[in-house]
Each structure stands twice: as C-alpha cells, then as structure tokens.
Ligand binder design. Structure first.
Ligand code: NOJ
Length: 559
C-alpha cells in the first residue's frame, strides 16, 4: 500500500525546510514492553493499536517502533531473521498494516527500525553460509575469515564485541571439522554483514522498499556507524578513556568508516522517490557532534540521535554548550538537531541524572552497583530536564514510560535478566533490562494493565502502581500531566521551528533562553532563582514564592 493524497496525513512533499521530521516529537515504542493484547507477557502490535488514542492524547507526532520483525529474540529483536515479516510474538503483517492505518488516521507517523549491520544467525542467508564452503558466494555476504595460528584456532583479529567477549565465533564446517570464524560486533547470534558486497546492498534496497510501499514514514537505522569495516580488518585496542566508542571514530576500524556515507546517499535517493517526506534517522554513536553531522549532510540521512545531549550531565554550563554546539553544527549542514534523554539502551533519565558514580553506557545498574541514584532527586531532575528539552527547536525523541517518570528498575533478580550483555560479561555488567520493564497503564489491573493475564516478560516493581497512567491522568501535578502540557504548548507555539536566544543575568547554574513567545528558565544549582515576569504555562515542580527552586524548570509566556 503506498500513501495517496487521500491519506489522512498530508503526504505531499513539504516545502524544503518545513518537512515534518524537522520539528516532530517522536515517541519510541519498545514493542515487547508497551502493551500486550495476547496475554503472553510480551507486548504486540494489536496492543499498540489499542493505545493509539492515548498516544494521540499525549500529543506526539510520530512513533518509532523498535524491531517487531521475525527474530529469535536473542537481542530483543535486534537479531532479525526475516526483515520483511512480523514475528508471531508481535502479530502479523495485517496487524502492522492496521496499526499503521490507525496511526495515520490520528495524524501519527510511523518509523520502523532497520537493522542493517547484522542479521540473526537464524537468517536464511547465514544458515546458507554455514552450509556452504569457505570462499563461497554464501559466505561472502558475511565476514567469514580463517583463524590465525597453526590450527586456525586464534581469532582473525583482536576485536571485542560491544556486549563483551571476543567479536569472533568459530564455526563447525559441514564435514564436522573446526572451521572459519565469523565477525559479530554484538552477540554471537548477530553475524555482521559484509557491506562491501553488492548483494547485501541490493537486498537492503528491497527491504527499504518493502516497508516504504506499506506506507511507513521513515526508518531508525541501527548501528548506522558500523556497516563498513576498515580494509584488512586490522587489530584495534579500544582506549578505556575514550567513552563508548573506544577511540576517535577515525581510528576505530569498525566505527565511522567513510564508506558508510555512500550507502546512506543511495538510501536517501531511494527514500526520496516516495511521497510524504519519509525520513532516515541514524543511530550512530560517534565521539562528537562534528562527526555525527557527517551522517546528516543534505544528501544523506535526515537526522541523527544527539547522543552528546543525552550524555550531558545536569550541569548548566555543559547544557548551554551542548545546545549551542548542536544547533550550530547540525544547522551548518542544514539538518535539525535532535534531542533525546532516554531510550532502550541507557539508564532511564529519571535515575541517570541522580547517579553518583560513573556508569558507562550499556553497563546498566543493579543491586550491587555503586552510586545508586537518589529516587526523588532523579525524578525532579528528569522533569526539569524534559521541560528544558521540549522547549528546544528541532526534533525530540521520547522513550515510552518517561512520560510517567519511570525510574530504572534496579532490583531485578539475576535469573530474570535477559540482556545478552549480562550473559556475555558473566554478570559483570547488568545491561539494559532495567529500562525495558513493561510499562504500567492501570494501578489496579494485573501487570498494571500491560497484559490482561498479569504476565510480564520482566517483573514490574510493586511501586509502579502509583505511577500507572490512569493514576497520573487524574493528577494535575503528575509527570504525565506535565508532558501533556509541554507537548500541547510546544505544538501550539511552534517551538520546534523556533530559535534559542540565550538570556544572561541568572547566574552560572541557570540555563535561560527565549524561544518565540516563551522564556525558559532551568535551575541546575542549589539556590532558588528569582524569575522574570511572565505567565507560568508549564513548570516541572512547585515554584513557592515566585522563586524557582533547585532542579526545577519553567516555561513563562508573555501571553
Ligand atoms: C543498538 C540497539 O539500540 C541495541 O538495542 C542493540 O542491542 C544494538 N544496536 C545491536 O543491534
């Protein structure tokens, strides 16, 4: 089904510069944990459809769905075995079409996840590769190499998997002997494709068209910095001081290689053949905004997650710098900046902003982690941080459950954990399960309304009864009410297409700026701050006596 002019969304091409994705608020659905209509404890597509009215009421412009395609679920769907089908766990293609049509009815766009760096080891191509001989066309779709050493029992290079342990696994050949190794930057169930192979490129063009023809509005591209590897796959030892990249993108032989850009130029042209300003968004963990901006040059992707913003601590000077730099650097290539505070890979910001110890991305927090967050402080800061973020021009990403102020779940039993990170590091890193716990809808229902049977693939904490959506809907001071107010005012006042004009005179610990008709003041210090005149249209917390308390942010309007 292609979109036509009778589609409820205006799908004709917008004037350059006014495309919907430049200013949209995009809500991430993690399908496993959103809403379960079948009662098996895992969320599904009909579950999403049943909640579209709630999302429309929240006031978001688009949904990004983490993978629901066919997958053995070794990495919660980021291990795809068939890119053009829905996993039975989540429903059928007909369920997808229904969900998309219903979303469009409500003027909500749909972005799907595309996982091009690797497939599942259960993908037909990988199974064919295992059955075929070294040097075959089937093996050439992936990165198979001979091992080193006399018996070939040393991996082809020293690369490590992002989830811990070596990035190579040795196969048993058809004749039963130990054979070649294949590369997997993530779990051993996720073999990397060889993107220098034209057959891989052709296949992904087919996958893009499959979903575009069904009417999707765009793709979030997984590991968009990883597709090309340096010639010869040279050894590389990550610098532990260099953050999640392990080095500057220019010298890491598996991240940020120049060859990726020609792939995205090709996809840009393909996507542009379709009406409706379909968009490509890069998930690219790169060491700087300057590097990331190369993914969103005018003929490449349309936007990229602003991970520099996500990683910025609750600190006024650091926030002013990252906002200024982001607007300047992305603006220089004609792309909107994006803003994001939480997703399914990071500690939820209602906890992260109150951590008191270093917590590298992807490590997660659990019962024995040092520097656990102070819950009330985390929520206060999260609400303030979101109030600040939603006033910024550009496109903002929200992660399901943050509108309820959900914290990271820390007290998960070891035997409940499912993230491959937990297994591949022998429990040394907790991983990401704590931000993936199914979200609460109704205080009194089984599984807090997530599923009718009470089943939930990760256990939900008892305290979540009070955080359920129905309880927050009737509380004007709730986090949900705050998000609804912010989103409505952002839309009504066109903040997404505005500008930031910094305001001085509030002190070093305050972030203050004008965007159109509103003044935003956020207090990241300890002392209350006197506010200028204005009508309070949104506030992340009480403002006793007209002075903005610590860890609070406000929007003031002239009218
Ligand atoms: C990034 C995804 O967001 C994450 O969840 C996944 O594990 C890796 N890419 C591998 O696909």
């Amino acid at each position: 089904m292609t979109l036509t002019e009778t589609d409820p969304l205006d799908t004709r091409l917008a004037a350059p510069g006014s495309e919907w994705w430049r200013t949209a608020v995009i809500y991430q659905i993690y399908p496993r944990s959103f809403s379960d209509s079948s009662g098996d404890g895992v969320g599904d597509l009909p579950g999403i459809t049943s909640r579209l009215d709630d999302l429309a009421e929240l006031g978001v412009d688009a949904l990004w769905l983490s993978p629901f395609q066919r997958s053995p679920q070794k990495d919660a769907g980021y291990d795809v075995s068939d890119y053009c089908d829905v996993d039975p766990l989540f429903g059928t293609l007909a369920d997808f079409d229904e969900m998309l049509a219903q979303a469009h009815e409500r003027s909500i766009r749909i972005i799907v996840d595309l996982v091009p760096n690797h497939s599942s080891d259960q993908h037909a191509w990988f199974q064919e590769a295992l059955a075929a001989a070294p040097g075959s066309r089937e093996r050439a779709r992936y990165l198979f190499r001979d091992g080193k050493g006399l018996d070939g029992d040393v991996p082809p290079n020293n690369w490590e998997s992002v989830f811990g342990g070596p990035a190579w696994t040795r196969v048993i050949e058809a004749d039963g002997t130990l054979g070649q190794w294949y590369l997997h930057l993530f779990d051993s169930s996720q073999p990397d494709f060889d993107w220098s192979n034209e057959e891989v490129r052709t296949e992904f063009r087919r996958v893009l068209r499959f979903w575009l023809d069904r009417g999707v509005d765009g793709f979030r591209v997984d590991v968009a910095h990883g597709l090309m590897k340096a010639d010869g796959l040279p050894d590389f030892t990550p610098d532990p001081e260099a953050g999640s990249m392990g080095g500057d993108a220019d010298d890491v032989p598996y991240w940020g290689q120049d060859g990726v850009h020609e792939i995205y130029r090709d996809w840009h042209r393909l996507v542009a053949e379709y009406s409706g300003d379909r968009a490509l968004c890069a998930e690219a963990w790169l060491p700087s905004a300057e590097k990331t901006a190369r993914w969103v040059r005018p003929d490449e992707m349309h936007q990229a997650f602003n991970f520099a913003y996500l990683e910025t601590p609750w600190d006024a000077a650091a926030l002013r710098t990252v906002v200024t730099d982001s607007l300047r650097i992305y603006g220089a290539v004609g792309a909107p900046s994006t803003w994001v505070l939480s997703n399914h890979d990071v500690v939820r910001h209602a906890s992260r902003l109150a951590l008191t110890a270093e917590n590298p991305q992807g490590h997660g927090i659990g019962p024995t982690s040092p520097g656990k967050p102070v819950p009330d402080l985390g929520l206060r800061r999260a609400r303030a941080a979101t109030t600040l973020m939603l006033a910024l021009p550009g496109s903002a990403y929200l992660y399901q459950g943050e509108e309820l102020g959900l914290p990271e779940v820390i007290e998960l039993d070891d035997d409940a954990r499912q993230d491959p990170t937990w297994f591949r590091t022998g429990g040394e890193r907790y991983g990401r399960d704590g931000c993936r716990v199914p979200i609460p809808w109704s205080s009194d229902a089984p599984a807090y309304g997530f599923s009718s049977t009470g089943a939930s693939w990760l256990p939900q904490p008892a305290e979540w009864a009070t955080l359920a959506r129905d309880a927050q809907l009737v509380d004007g001071a709730s986090t949900l009410s705050l998000y609804r107010t912010l989103l409505a005012a952002r839309r009504a006042r066109g903040l997404g297409s505005g500008d930031v004009e910094w305001l001085e005179g509030f002190g070093d610990d305050v972030i203050a700026f004008r965007n159109g008709t509103i003044t935003v003041v956020a207090n990241a210090g300890d002392a209350p701050v006197a506010l200028p005149d204005g009508i309070v249209i949104a506030s992340s917390g009480p403002i006793p006596g007209g002075a903005l308390p610590a860890d609070t942010a406000v929007w003031l309007a002239d009218y």
